[in-house]
Design a protein around this ligand. Sequence first.
Ligand SMILES: Cc1cc2nc3c(=O)[nH]c(=O)nc-3n(C[C@H](O)[C@H](O)[C@H](O)COP(=O)(O)O)c2cc1C
Ligand SMILES: Nc1ncnc2c1ncn2[C@@H]1O[C@H](COP(=O)(O)OP(=O)(O)O)[C@@H](O)[C@H]1O
Ligand SMILES: [Mg+2]
Length: 630
Amino acid sequence: MFFQQADPENKLSNISSHHKKTAKNMNDRTNYQDLPENFPEKSAETNISEAYILNLCELQQMQGAMEQLKQDLKASESRFRNAIAKNADGIAIVNKQGLVCFANPSAEALFNCKAEELLGQAFFGNLVVESSACDIEMDADIIPQVGEIEAAGMRVVQTEVEAIRKHKANAVVEMRVAETEWEGEIAYLATLRDITDRKRAEEMLWLYDRAMAATSTGVTIADATNPEYPVIYCNPAFESMTGYRREEILGRNCRFLQGNDTDSEALEILRKALKTNSECQVTLKNYRKDGSAFWNALSVSPVRDRSGKLTHFIGVQRDFTDRKQAEEALQNSESQSREQSAQLAAALNELKATHSQLVQSEKMSSLGLLIAGVAHEINNPVSFIHGNLAYLKDYTQDLLHLLKLYQQHYPNPVPDIQQETENNDLDFLAEDLPKILSSMSIGVERICQIVQSLRNFSRHDDSQMKPMNLHEGIDSTLLILNHRLKGNGEIPPIEIIKQYGNLPPVECFPGPINQVFMNILSNAIDALDDPNSQLTFEEMSENPSQIKISTEVVGNFVEIKIYDNGPGITEEVKQRIFDTFFTTKPIGKGTGMGLSISYQIIVERHEGKLYCTSELGKGTEFTVKMPIVH
Ligand SMILES: Cc1cc2nc3c(=O)[nH]c(=O)nc-3n(C[C@H](O)[C@H](O)[C@H](O)COP(=O)(O)O)c2cc1C
Ligand SMILES: Nc1ncnc2c1ncn2[C@@H]1O[C@H](COP(=O)(O)OP(=O)(O)O)[C@@H](O)[C@H]1O
Ligand SMILES: [Mg+2]
């Protein structure tokens, strides 16, 4: 060791010079100071011998005291040496020339070389350099160069330097230099503390701080040991995001950013996460200092110490406003385009329906025209027959009367006439002829009725509303459908029950209204004639098919109910019966147009109502309700 080799007795005396002055134990232990200061005066010989004895004695005493002093000094030195040797800080003594004249083991470790290598080396500017790596010029007085602080009346400086290490990277060192004495000369005691790790940690911390400052994401740290979770750190991005300055934020709970409309669901998630010390992510509305709102995409996570104890919460905040707005815009445009395509689809459907309705009404109107033409054509000859039948009846009566007179006045005619009379059974002929004529006139009457009905039905002057006798319309329709009502060998006839009320003429478009009656009545007949119904002819006869038609005035409306005791309609089908093209009938029979056209005619053209009530197995009733006057 350096101490053993470097003559400690001698060299340490310098170091301990100060120590000597202050070591109290020496005063306590030695008693040489207690010796009498003034000795009594005696005769010369006595004095000499006495003095000799006394001196001897004193000498012995002094020798003892010196011995004691030496021992004390040694003990003190060894304590001091020990203290220096064991000191964790490197200690070097540098003489006036700036050369190392002492180094402790920690200094050896610091410079990574033996003390003897250090001894005699220039210290300042060589073994230690300024952190900036510029040389420290060794001057007569180092102290003014590095600054000066006061410590117990001594000149002491403290500075940060770099220690140049052998075969090792430089270390950052905190150096304290104090004036001391070495071999009677002024020297410097340098205490060196390796702060490389601390410096590195500080540097990292500084880097983290730079990163925090550079990011545009808000970062906050809250003290988790305080139930209020006050913010103890926030980065610049959080300041600019919220518009609050750091000093306005620190110490507060972040809830001051919220408003009345901050999403309570998100807050509940936050509360729950904080309560259970778990992570959470929410997006919630916050307000800046200037009152403007922004969307905050916040994530909060717990921080624990090495023992697992919760110490902090870290909050990471991102301004989500742009994304939120973009999302909303996207949603809007999506819903807009959905709406548009729905509108387009609806328009297309409507177009299809209108097209089909046009085709249908075109058909109906050509049918109407045909019927009207036929009715007109038949009407003339029939009126001709109808008109002449009365004359024919009269003339026949006259002729028969004349014949009777002849028979009275000429009872025995010539044989030829007698023969002819017998051949022709003149009596029967005279009796039957008027009967034939009256049955003919009934037939012609019926033809006239039918023609009238056809003309009624085919009224197709739809340019404006006209008062219409609805009963006539219904009857005409029934007449046209008569062939389906009569029944045949397979299907029993359908009974028509009319419960007509007292209806005034109703303002409407007669052609389309007749078309509605036609659609509803033919559906009723279809339902009653349903080939799928498993009923036998007998069962059907026992429970005869019926169509009941009732009309009445209800307020300003007329109400026409058309009921059939057919199979009824399931709820599922009922939802769709007014849809265009909806049919349950086989292809060729059903078009799915009838009710949708009827709905349009009643609801849209006549501002009325058309609805259906039905019970499975009991029957179906359609109600047409429309205003009497428009
Ligand atoms: C670290 C941390 C950061 C937070 N940052 C915000 C924030 O930016 N905006 C916000 O509205 N709430 C934030 N909160 C949540 C509130 O501070 C508070 O916990 C929340 O409003 C629920 O608690 P309360 O019911 O006591 O208000 C944060 C919480 C923590 C722990
Ligand atoms: N009186 C009724 N009884 C049972 N079902 C009916 C009745 N009237 C209409 N429907 C049902 O409504 C559907 C649609 O009728 P409609 O529009 O006239 O078309 P189509 O008669 O061509 O099928 C019919 O297919 C049928 O299923
Ligand atoms: Mg139909």
